[in-house]
Design a protein around this ligand. Structure first.
Ligand code: NDP
Length: 435
């Protein structure tokens, strides 16, 4: 706390890991007194830079750019870029720290990093977004590379932004390499990457439910968010026979008791991805559904909750409401969407709960597959990538069970994910000496 004042998100993420990993270190002499966790919480490198760009009125705008290169013990730094007004060092350090464990869990050779800017793409013209991305990459390109640090998208950074960022990197560095993932299919992107995080969340939830002899068929599912992760979470959950009743954005949520089927989801994708409009527009086309302003979906009765918007969007009160309404499974699609207190509620109630670093790892895992395809200069089919994604999610689930099962049939996925993620990074750090 003394070393990192005013960084609540980072401290929250570290606390959650420390609580489960410290007892494990104490019980395993190999890891004791090696300052492993102390080293892991200190970023290997943090870059903070000015991003100056011209808006459509010819005015100079200034934003702050960041890249936190957290840990490269098991591979090049890897993690997304976030463009959102709430971006600051605390948020990016928490994300980069989580990413280190998540990437380790995927079993692929990727270290942890995260970056972004306090730039808000909302309300900006396409040309302004392009100018910003070019200004941002003009500095970032000095610090990244296919074998050094490979950023990807995150909040506010989708296919459009990744395309502009890649174009500028290529122009300045004069090289066509897999320096970013989430690229368009025509220039090195992987099939299934846009779908991967959402699909992975649902595959993981299926694996969790299977431990109770259950599955998603016929289940009522509440989803938050309406961005990339939420959209493909809804798509896959619906394909597997669930009824999704909610989606949201930062202003409120929609409730559709008939379920958001494939046709309705296509409309949401059109609203959000092409018109860049708000979720409340849904009720204009589907007036039977309700829009609830200023609230979150967790007040609705559901069997499964999949929070896919942002950090700390599900608090203690919401967690209690979910449990009281009979929710049996919460799989995080976003990064740290549940507050610390909310996680305690789920764990006390002994319902199935998985942290984002396990259940949303399908996105970065598929980014790892994109890196492999770029290095091999070949592309795998959608079926091949989807099969690999399913296998990776199954492996992550098995790793969580290995380290998180308490012997009474209860699996602490937080403990399991933290320890499994820690072991691989720690072993690599021990082998590489004091660096
Ligand atoms: P998008 O930008 O595509 O979508 C984000 C969604 O969350 C939007 O619907 C947005 O609404 C909503 N949202 C943002 N802030 C808030 C808030 N304060 N309260 C309620 N809703 C909010 O991002 P992604 O879908 O890519 O990412 C969602 C989450 O998943 C993030 O936590 C991200 O770090 C995580 N993640 C993403 C991965 C990926 O592959 N994309 C991989 C792993 C994790 P609005 O339009 O109002 O801003």
């Amino acid at each position: 706390t003394l070393k990192n004042p005013n960084e609540p998100e980072f401290l929250q993420a570290v606390l959650e890991v420390a609580e489960t990993v410290i007892p494990f270190i104490e019980a395993n002499p190999k890891y004791k007194n090696k300052m492993l966790l102390e080293r892991m919480v200190e970023a290997e490198r943090t870059i903070i830079f000015r991003v100056a760009w011209l808006d459509d009125k010819g005015q100079i705008q200034i934003n702050r750019g960041f890249r936190v290169q957290m840990n490269s013990a098991i591979g090049p730094y890897k993690g997304g870029l976030r463009f959102h007004p709430t971006v600051n060092l605390s948020v990016l350090k928490f994300l980069a720290f989580e990413q280190t464990f998540k990437n380790s869990l995927t079993t692929l050779p990727m270290g942890g990093g995260k970056g972004g800017s306090d730039f808000d793409p909302k309300g900006k013209s396409d040309i302004e977004v392009m100018r910003f991305c070019q200004a941002f990459m003009t500095e970032l390109c000095k610090h990244i590379g296919a074998d050094t640090d490979v950023p990807a998208g995150d909040l506010g950074v989708g296919a459009r932004e990744v395309g502009y960022l890649f174009g500028q990197y290529k122009k300045i560095r004069n090289e066509f390499t897999g320096v970013l993932t989430g690229k368009g299919i025509s220039f090195g992107g992987s099939l299934i990457r846009p779908e991967a995080t959402g699909y992975g969340v649902v595959y993981f939830a299926q694996n969790m439910l299977a431990t109770k002899g259950n599955d998603l068929k016929g289940k009522i599912v509440a989803v938050s968010g309406s961005g990339n992760v939420a959209q493909y979470t809804v798509e896959k959950a619906t394909q597997l026979g669930a009824k999704v009743i909610t989606m949201s954005d930062s202003d409120g949520y929609i409730y559709d008791s008939d379920g958001i089927d494939a046709e309705k989801l296509a409309h949401i994708m059109h609203l959000k991805n092409e018109l860049r409009s708000r979720i409340n527009d849904y009720v204009t086309k589907y007036p039977k559904a309700k829009y609830i302003a200023g609230a979150k979906p967790w007040e609705q009765k559901c069997d499964v909750a999949l929070p896919c918007a942002t950090q700390n969007e599900l608090d203690e009160e919401s967690a209690k409401a979910l449990v009281a309404n009979g929710c049996m499974c919460v799989a995080e699609g976003a990064n740290m969407p549940s507050t610390y207190e909310a996680v305690v509620v789920f764990q006390k109630a002994k319902i199935l709960f998985s942290p984002g670093k396990a259940s949303n790892a399908g996105g970065v895992a598929t980014s790892g597959l994109e890196m492999s395809q770029n290095s091999l200069r070949m592309s795998w089919t959608a079926e091949e990538v989807d099969e690999k994604l399913k296998a990776i999610m199954l492996n992550i689930h098995a790793a969580c069970v290995k380290y998180g099962a308490d012997g009474d049939g209860y699996v602490d996925y937080v403990k399991g994910a933290n320890i499994a993620g820690f072991v691989k990074v720690a072993d690599a750090m021990l082998a590489q000496g004091v660096v």
